[in-house]
Every structure is written in structure tokens, then in C-alpha cells.
Design a protein around this ligand. Structure first.
Ligand SMILES: Cc1cc2nc3c(=O)[nH]c(=O)nc-3n(C[C@H](O)[C@H](O)[C@H](O)COP(=O)(O)O)c2cc1C
Length: 376
């Protein structure tokens, strides 16, 4: 049976269009737009083109939009003047329009709050003089510090910046926040022993390495309403180290996830490059599946959903869109995870979600990296 047959098409519609909730937020269906940095926000201000980029996708079937990573209000958080910022009057006014438009289109939306940590190259905007900071001042793969190992004051400032951004998100009308704890950026630099060599309470075993992330979650939780969803995105892989792993076993994973859940995470977004790859030996569960099993929280899976043909970029996909979707439905139905995030396929085709929900699989186009260049 293939999903091009009517029965499978209606099965897709049936499974994907079931609403479900995250801490009281009802998401109209299971399709999430994955966070994707686009660099179309000069001065860090999302403009009208960004408003229509997101609302167009929400209007075409995306249930929950996770915005591109947006810098929290700390001078070392980023290194581009075209990445939207989540602080400053003009920037937040731009974001408020994005949230309003997505709601008007029928979707839910959360900003992805981001601090890049040691990925920053000093001298880059928006705050050129700001140093690169991280748990131990180490870039991925480096043995010598090139940045500042964060002081107590740095830790407090960054934790405060995340909390402030979350409070602003609630104030200007977003439905929740996602904390970017993935891919080798600041929060993940603490989680991973490759970049965290601290000997204080924030380094050492997995629980200690999770302390910084958990303190961010707790500070965010304190600044927002009890029913304001807090999502935490994490990954094993790093942007500059695809084979890196935070956890080699479910036990190690639990040591990281339990403190985050206890601090107030409402849902986890488990980032993998191919969603169908089993995470640990002896089980078919993927990372989102294990996360749900270990925490009992709603989870979002992601990774090469809906890509077809060959794509030789950073995230090489395998297999066809149709195989992926079919397998995905089985896993959703088995409640291995609750949501599926879609990245590149939604860049390629803003109508991707609507087509899948309608069973119009024949209208799906293969991913072409040229879609990275435009914001349509
Ligand atoms: C252009 C681009 C920008 C991305 N930016 C972010 C980002 O800001 N934050 C993040 O957590 N992941 C980011 N990612 C990763 C995606 O969210 C997603 O996990 C990845 O693309 C795999 O999903 P896909 O195969 O459906 O594209 C980005 C990916 C792409 C292609």
C-alpha cells in the first residue's frame, strides 16, 4: 500500500489533523514548522515579508509555527544583524505583527529563543565589541579557550535574558516559547562534555551540565503564566560535530531530561537529522520516542520529513517523501511522539502541510536548495 491510494490519503488526514495540546494550548493539528534561521530581518526587525512568510504557512495547514532562532537580549547572544532579535521596541513590535497574522491564519506560534554562545566571532554585529562566551570559552573541537568562560554574573545575565524574552513573548501575544538547547549553541555547549569543562556546579556529570538549561527553564517559568507552554529543543548532534552525542543510553538521556522536565518544560522538541533512525540499540524508538517514554511529556520529532530525491546539503535526506510520510503515520498512531516538525519541505512549498492534510501527495515537489535564498 502506498499513501497515494485514497485510503492512505485519508489516513494521513485523519492522523495528522487530530488536535492535541501542550500545557493547555490546543494545537489544531500535528504539523509543526521547524525553526529555521532565514536572515531576512535587517536590524533584527522582522518586517512585512517575514509576517507573510509565517502567516502563509499557518494559513496552509501548519498547526504550530516555531519561529527561526531569535536572539535574546544579551550582547553576546548573536552575530548577525539580519537575524531577528527578541528584544528592543521595534523588534518586538515586528514580532507582535507576526504573532497576530499567524493567529488570524488559524495557527499557533512560539518564538525560538536563542543564544549562540561560543559560535560567536567577536567583531560581528549586532554588538561588535561583545566577547564570545560559553561554559569554558571553548569552540566545538577546540582545546584552547578563545572566549570567556562564563562568570556568575554572565550566567545570571543570560538566564535573565531568556526569562525576559519569554515574558515579552507572552505580553505581545505568542502562545508559548521554545528554548533553543540544540545543535551546539550556548545551552547545548553546557549540556555537552565536549564544550563544558567546568569544575563548578555547572560542569561534571550530565545532571550538573544540565543545571544551566534547567535554571533557564525555571526562570522562564517564573516570569510567565502557569499555562504558558515552554518547549525545550535539544539534539545529540552539533552543527560542527554531527556525530557528537549527549547520551549513549536511555539512562544517560534520562539524567539530562529529568531536571529539565522538573524545572517546568511542557514539551520537548528532539532534533534529529533523520527521524526514522533508532536512537539506542535494542529499540526502534527515535529520540523523540525515547524522550516521550522517559518524561511522559508531549514531544515533537523532526528530520528529513517530506524531502524527496537527493539533497547533498547539511542534512542529507534518504528515501522518498512518500515512504517517510507513511512511516511517520504509523509512529504517530502508535503515539511514539505527538508532533512532527517540518523544515526544508516547508521552505520549498508553503502549501506542503495543506497538501499532505488533503492527501494531494502528487502535488508535492522535491526539495531544492534554491528555496533557501528566498522568503516567499
Ligand atoms: C535554513 C535552515 C535554518 C535552520 N535554522 C535553525 C534554527 O534557527 N534553530 C534550530 O533549532 N534549527 C534550525 N535548523 C534546523 C531545522 O529546524 C530542522 O531541524 C532541520 O532542517 C531538519 O528538518 P528538515 O529535514 O525537515 O529540514 C535550520 C535548518 C535549515 C535548513
Amino acid at each position: 500500500m502506498t499513501v497515494t491510494q485514497p485510503a492512505a490519503a485519508s489516513r494521513a488526514a485523519q492522523i495528522l489533523s487530530r488536535p492535541t495540546s501542550i500545557n493547555g494550548l490546543t494545537v489544531p493539528n500535528r504539523i509543526v514548522m521547524a525553526p529555521m534561521t532565514r536572515m531576512f530581518s535587517p536590524g533584527g526587525v522582522p518586517g512585512e515579508d517575514v509576517v507573510s512568510y509565517y502567516s502563509r504557512r499557518a494559513g496552509a495547514g501548519v498547526g504550530l509555527v516555531v519561529t527561526e532562532g531569535t536572539y535574546v537580549g544579551h550582547e553576546s547572544a548573536g552575530q548577525s544583524d539580519r537575524v531577528p532579535r527578541f528584544h528592543g521596541e521595534e523588534q518586538l513590535a515586528g514580532w507582535a505583527k507576526v504573532a497576530d497574522a499567524v493567529h488570524a491564519a488559524g495557527g499557533a506560534i512560539v518564538p525560538q529563543l536563542w543564544h549562540i554562545g561560543m559560535v560567536r566571532q567577536q567583531g560581528q554585529p549586532p554588538f561588535a565589541e561583545a566577547p564570545a562566551v560559553g561554559p569554558s570559552g571553548l569552540r566545538i573541537g577546540a582545546d584552547e579557550a578563545t572566549g570567556r568562560a562564563m562568570t556568575r554574573a554572565d550566567l545570571d545575565d543570560v538566564i535573565g535574558a531568556f526569562a525576559e524574552a519569554a515574558a515579552d513573548a507572552e505580553r505581545i501575544g505568542f502562545d508559548g516559547v521554545e528554548i533553543h538547547g540544540a545543535h551546539g549553541y550556548l545551552v547545548d555547549q553546557f549540556l555537552w562534555e565536549g564544550t563544558n569543562r567546568r569544575t563548578d556546579a555547572y560542569g561534571g556529570d550530565p545532571v550538573a551540565r544540565t543545571k544551566f538549561g534547567a535554571e533557564i527553564v525555571a526562570a522562564v517559568r517564573e516570569k510567565v503564566s502557569a499555562d504558558f507552554p515552554v518547549i525545550f529543543r535539544y539534539s545529540q548532534w552539533k552543527q560542527e560535530a554531527y556525530d557528537a552525542r549527549l547520551a549513549e543510553s536511555p539512562q544517560e538521556l534520562e539524567a539530562i531530561l529529568a531536571p529539565l522536565a522538573a524545572a517546568g518544560v511542557d514539551a520537548f522538541h528532539a532534533s534529529t537529522r533523520r527521524y526514522w533512525v533508532p536512537e539506542f540499540d535494542g529499540s526502534d524508538l527515535n529520540l523523540a520516542g525515547w524522550t516521550k517514554k522517559l518524561t511522559g511529556k508531549p514531544t515533537i520529532t523532526v528530520g528529513s520529513v517530506g524531502l524527496d530525491g537527493e539533497f547533498l546539503g547539511a542534512f542529507v535526506g534518504q528515501g522518498s517523501a512518500l515512504k517517510g510520510i507513511d512511516d511517520l503515520l504509523d509512529r504517530l498512531e502508535a503515539e511514539e511522539f505527538d508532533f512532527v516538525a517540518v523544515g526544508r519541505a516547508l521552505l520549498q512549498d508553503p502549501e506542503w502541510a495543506a497538501k499532505v492534510l488533503d492527501g494531494r501527495f502528487g502535488e508535492l515537489a522535491a526539495y531544492d536548495a534554491a528555496s533557501l535564498k528566498t522568503l516567499s
